[in-house]
Structures are given as C-alpha cells and as structure tokens.
Unconditional design. Sequence first.
Lengths: 143, 808
Amino acid sequence: MYKKRNEPPNTALQNNHGFIAVDDYDTRMYILPHLVNKEDRETIIAEHLSAPVGQATQPGAPAPLQSNALARLLDKLRMMPQTGKHTIIETKPWQEYTIGFLPGARGSPVQLSDERYATRAAAEHAIFLKRLSTLLEQYGIEM
Amino acid sequence: MTEKTLQPQDYMLRITGYSDKFSVRPGDDISFHVHSEYNESYQADIVRLIHGDTNPEGPGYKEELIHTAVSDMYPGKHQEMHIGGYIMVPHDDRFNLSSFTMCAYIYPTTPVVDTEGVPVGVQSILSKWDAEHDTGYGMFINEQGELCLKIGHGPGKIEEFSTGKPLFRKMWYKVAVSFDAASGKVRVFQRPYVTNTNNGHGMSMLHPVDDTQGEIQGSSYMGGPAQNDCPFLMGAATKKSCAGRYLNGGIHRELSEPMEIPIHTLKYNGKIERPKLANRALEDHEIEMLLSCQGIEHAPNELRACVIGAWDFVSNIKDNAASQSIIDKSLTLSHGQCVNIPVRAVTGFNWSSDFMSFTHGPHEYGAIHFHDESVDDARWDQSFTLTVPEGLPSGVYAARLRVNRIASADTEDYIPFAVRPPKTGSKAKIALVLPIFSYMAYANDNLSVNSVIAQLLTGRVPLLQPGDLLLNKERGYGLGTYAHYRDGWGVNTSSRLRPIINMRPKYIHVLSPSLWQLNADLHITDWLHEMGYDCDIHTDIDLQDEGVDLLKDYKVVLTGHHPEYPSEQMMDYYHDYQMQGGRWMYLAANGFYWVTVPHPDSNNLIEVRKGDNGTRAWTIEPGEYCNAFDGKHGGLWRVRGRVMSKLLGVTFTSFGLTYSSYYRRSPDSENAQCSWIMEGVGVDEPIGNFGLIGDGAAGLELDRYDLELGTPHRAFLLGTSEGHSDMFVSVSEESTFNARGYCAAGTGETNPNIRADIVYYKTPNDGAVFSVGSMSWTGSLSHNNYENNVSQIMQNVINGFIKDGPLP
C-alpha cells in the first residue's frame, strides 16, 4: 500500500505568493499608516463605536459614509479567512448575544465564547477590537 | 461572564422538520416529517402566522393557535440525513464476481482536499463494496488522491492496489482496474485525457504527464473478493445495504415499484462517464474499445458477452436530461437510478465546445457530476398529518413544534405551509402568491459560515440563531443556490423536501439587517390582516400547476417581497394576467431574475444555472449553461429576452444588504392619472424614512425604470429613492467596465442609477401594474401603528385597484 504524500510542487506560484505579497503591501501602505499612531487609532475606533453596524440615511442629509481609513480597515478585517473567524450568536432574542468562532470545515460546530453583550452593536464593536488587535499584532504594533 | 463554559450545542436548535406539500386547501391532508435531535418528545400545534418579525421596535410576533386534531405530544425521533449524490444499481448476484474489470472516464474535483483544504478521504467511483464488513470490490480514490482498486476479503482484510500517482483536480482521466482470479494478476491505471477544451477551467497543458499518469500491475494471493448483498454504486460505496428508505414517485416516477436505497458512504466529488463492468480481466485494447462507445455498440461479440454493466448516460437525454433512470446497455440490462440528484447535462470527456447545449450535441454531454452534499429528499419518516379543517381561512400557517412544550429559540421550530381558499372559490378580491421557488433557491444558504464575502455584502458580522447552529453541526440539510458544493461547483438544484432552516417566522437572515423571504412576506400578511383586507394565499407552485386561471377572479395580485426565481410558465401566466386586465402589485426588487425550472415530475425540486452574467453567487462551468430539467438556456431571464422590466416596469439596478434610505415623490405623482395613489401624502414629504428592514422603505435590493429595457412607454414615475450609501453597488450585468468615475459601475454616492423607482402603468382591459423597486418597502408598513405614508400609498393603490371599472 502506498502512503506517501502527493504534494504539489513547492513553488511561489503554488503557494499563491503573488496575492499574499500584494495584500501585505496594501496593508502596510494604506491601512497601517492610520493605525500606528495611537491618537489616529482611537479616532477610528471611536468612529466605529458611533455606528458599529451602519445606519439609515436621513432625509436631507448625505448617506452616512465611513471615513476612508475605517472603510479600508473594515474591508480588510472582513475578508479574513473563515476558519476561526468571529461571529455573533443570539443567545436570548433581542436581549443577549455572545461571540463565537466559525469552524472553517463544514459540518463542524460553531464554538461559543463565554462573553455576553446586550446588543448586536456591542458585540460587533467588540469583534472589531479583537480583529484589529490581531491585525496589529501581526505587524508588531501594540494596541 | 457566566459560571458555565458554553458548549456548541447550548443554543443549537433541537427540533426541525419539513412537510410533504407547501400548499393545501381545506379538506386536503398535509404530512409533517420531524427530526428531534436528542429524541425528545415534542408538542405539535397548528398556528396561523400573522407577523414573523420579533423586533421590539415593531408590532411584534403574532400567531394564532388553531384547534385541530394535530395538537398533542409526540415521541421525538432523531432522523438522519443521507446526503450526497450517487447512482444505484440494485444488488444482483451476477455482480458478485471473482474476476473483473471496471473502467470509465472520470473528472475528480476533490481528489485529496476540498476547496477549504479539508481532506475528503477515500472516495468510491464504482463499487460493489460493503464498507462495514470489508467485502466486495471497487475502484476508489485513496486518501492520497490516487486511483486504486480495493478487494475486500472480510473484516480487516482489504487489499489495496494504487497507481501511486496523484489525480489532479479538474482533469479528465481514462481509468481502469482489473483482477484475474486464476492468475491473481491485478492492473490499475489512470491516464490523463486532455484536449484544448474538455477540462473546462482545468489545465489543457499537462507537462510532464508522468506527474499524474500511473499504472501498476500486481498480484493478489488472497483469492477473489468476498461476496456481499450490496448494490453496485457509482459515486459512493455501501455502508448498509438497506436503509429502510425508498425511491418512489416524484422524480423517480419512471420506477415501476419502490426501490430501497442503501446508507451510502465514501462519497465522490467529480464526474464519471461511460462506466463499464466486465466479468473478466480485460486486455488494454478491449478496455479501449469499451471506452470508445457509450454502451457496447463497438464491442465484438466475445467482448459483449463478458460485459455485465455498460451504463450509457447519453441514451435518455432527450429535450431534457431530467430522467433519474440510468440505462444499462449491457446484456444484463442492469438499469440504475440516481439518488440525491447528481447533476446531468454536464460536459463530458469529449466536449469540444462545438455544442453549447446538451440538446444539440448530447454525445458530448455523457457525464454525470456527483457532489457529496446534494439532496433530493430527506426521506424521513412521517410524524403526523393534518387534515385541513373546512372553513379554515386562507392564510400562512405552520406546524409549531416545541420540545417538551418549552417555548424557547432552541426548542421551537415552525414548518410553514399555505392554506388556500376552497376550490369552490372565495370572496377575496386580493391574492398574495408566495414565491416558494425563491424560498427554495435561498434554502440553507449558510453564507454566514461558508462565504467570506457575506460580511462585505452586509457590512457587518452575521448573526447566528439556533437553527444556524444546527445547520452547521449537521452539514447535511442540503444547500441552496447561493452556496457552493465542497468542490467549488455552484449548487444548481434545491429541494423543498428537507428542513429549510431559513424559511421560518422569527428568522433573521444573513443577507438583511433583519428579514428576507418568507419572514419578510409576513410583513405583508400582517398589514393586510391589520387593515382588514380579505386576501387569499396561493403559492407560485400552485400557479405553475394551474396557470393563469388561478388568478382570473382576483382584482389584485401581489407577489411577495422578493420573487426572484420564476419559471418560464410563471412569467407567462403573470404576463397573461396583466394583459387580461389584472392589477398587479410588485412590492419587491430583483424579482423575476433567474431562469428557474422545476423538475418535470416534481415541483419540489428546482434547477438554476447561473450563467456568465448577473449578480450571482457562482458562475456555471463552460458549456453547462442549459438546464437539465428543460434543456433550455439557464441564467438571467434578461439573457433570454425577458428582462424583468417588461413585466414590472423596473429592472434590477443595485443592492446594498445594509441600512436603507427613503423615496422622494416625482412630478408624475401629481399627474391626474396618478394623484389618487399619493392622496394623503405631502408633495415634499419623504416617503418611508422608517421601517423594520434597515430603517427605510428603499433598501436591500433596488430596481429602476429603463426605457431601453422594456419599461412600457406610458409608464409613470411616482417616486425615486435617494441617499444610498457606498455599500450599495451597481449590478454586475450593467457594469460592463469597472472604471473609476464611470457611474454605471459606481456605488450609491456616485451612480444616479442606484435608486429605487416607484413605477405605475396601465395594461389592457383596465389592468395596471404598481412597482416599488425595493425589498424593504414591506418592512415599513407597520411603522407608527400602521399609520404612515408607505401604508397610506398601499391602501390607496389597493382601494383603487379593487374597484370595478377603469382606473383614473
């Protein structure tokens, strides 16, 4: 019986180096500069806290648009791979929420944390902070 | 923080089910099939669903308990799903072979791992294999992705002979395994078969070929395979010969008697073509000869005599490829049946691209694609039956299930159904046609968990409810047309005969800040109820069956908040209704968009092929545009010359699955023919700057008028929404170039086509069409205790439409 593994060639191309390299460039050039400085970071965090899940347009006012810095950061964080990604679970309808972790592989349960939040918006902001902290950690920036 | 660490099952739904029908009339029977996760007993009751939105900012959840004979406690039963497509040829002793050859063309799509990198494990291509007792024989892909032959001699005694070379994903191969009992000689080979076109998006430059071409000759000294009573399966192997479940009726109508199916395992992802089984070890040239023909038509007589299975996947392709029967051209006539709807009408090993439809060149569409998550029918045991009481008003109802009578999110589920008026008719002048095909298309999309783009589409982290947790734990409830199978192929069929977790009252949908589909359609039933309108409920499946006659007695017809997936017949019938003087209210956006085909023998199964064009969850593979169920081109109705604006006056223009906006009145709303619609609404008053779906009446998906796309020339523009954020994007079918500043591809703040238009026009014989072009319109109806300008406009339109005589 054959038990050897049949790995594809170990090339930069097979390892999707092109995407990873440009993604890293984009992060360093366009996202991190708004996060390195604590004051800038806190401005972005405050902006997220003011409307964590978006808001409707009011007559006579412009549509509520996020700042470019926050929008780019959010898009980056939302694009992270599914495995282990944070999600929100409704534990008591309209009253209580917790944060969970996606399994990645299909057919595996969603894992739940012990954290509790009174609103979806609060859970959303908590996840934003966790994701932000993980991203900064990857680039050696202390939150 | 709590004292107890939460476990995945703590908030998971513990009960669910489905019904045999979705719509019934008084006197009809409807049966329910219930799964109880922990075998717990449950209370079942019939309730009328009035309003499914639990949002405390709205009128709240409303249901009415109906006293029927169903109300009782029932013993709960855990009912497994047996998912994954395969072909079954019933057990036949002639298949208990000592010497044999199996050969075919195959196109594996997960030879080692799935698209998420998760190992798929051993996959059976052709086998008479008992996986529990290790008996029989089979052609498999092993865990290393290599073609192999397994010979089972009994528990723990398995011989495996593999080529030692990995099969590549998306590549056609000629494969064969053989065993000669007299000499003990074994042969296994895999040979890539590459043309410029046949691999679809797979490689056409394979170099060096030895990376994946392999052959082994070996010897077995343990005698031939042990006999078993398993069926011969393609695309799976047998775990247990008899599951106690049967193919019977519906899409298996061609069977003359019920056929018991096995519990299957070792499921394969990929295509198989021209599978053959012979009762001796064949020489290379004999294998070549067999693989050169669909059946055995090229085989000389001596060779014909030893072929005991030659399944020809082309022979019953006619105007469609909907048959689930698999024809055996060998002398044994061992015909088979498809189980769990493996995909027919897919390109074969010889696809040249000369034919883009399987009906034009069926010989190039001789493959069947198997997916290990497909489902045609849960086939669960029936749990209880309701005989719909005479006199029960037409409405949306549900069997409410409560584990141990506990009303909580994880112990309670609803199986919805529609009660139609009696056949003798009713006094109602209004009909709401629920878009069941659309509910099916979105079934169990599970985008929150499986789709990385979900958070970008919605601009937030998805919310999971107890049903979503069950869906993830099970994986086996089958998917809908928004999902991909594990091999990356889009899910092109959807069945109603299994739990559809997101077709429920109280459900919050991932694609909306709140509601979508059935639960959002309950906003309409609630409003009609509160306003005192007498309305009959029908479904689009009823329309499919009964034609425009179903609608002829109604002055007004409504089609729900998102009727996106109509069949050709439904398109015709709605058009006929409009031509015959019907008055039609389209309270939706992105309706009548995808070509949707019910199986010719069952309206419980639909097919959708998402083509090159359109705002879509996936793109069909090269050459596979045509639906197996009717042979016609799939994709957008727009591509078939039936853009929705011909039927609605408005066409899909944008979506932003987030917060909404509002409308402004347009000058036509003051026209003498239209002003009655805006009675009670100030000229400068914003319309719908409130609501339960994203806080506004213009949202989720948006439609606009377009004279170039069939909007009737005398249509009026009553209102236009403004102020959609940059989360609202242009639809891809109109974004022919993505260029910065090119507004056709822009977002809400840059593209003036990103708006919802309220359009009104008259049709022949005093008919009319009123369209709102937004999916969140219905969420605004109940605002301020139903006193608001969206509700006012709706009352004006309905009151005007139900009057006899010409419109103003």
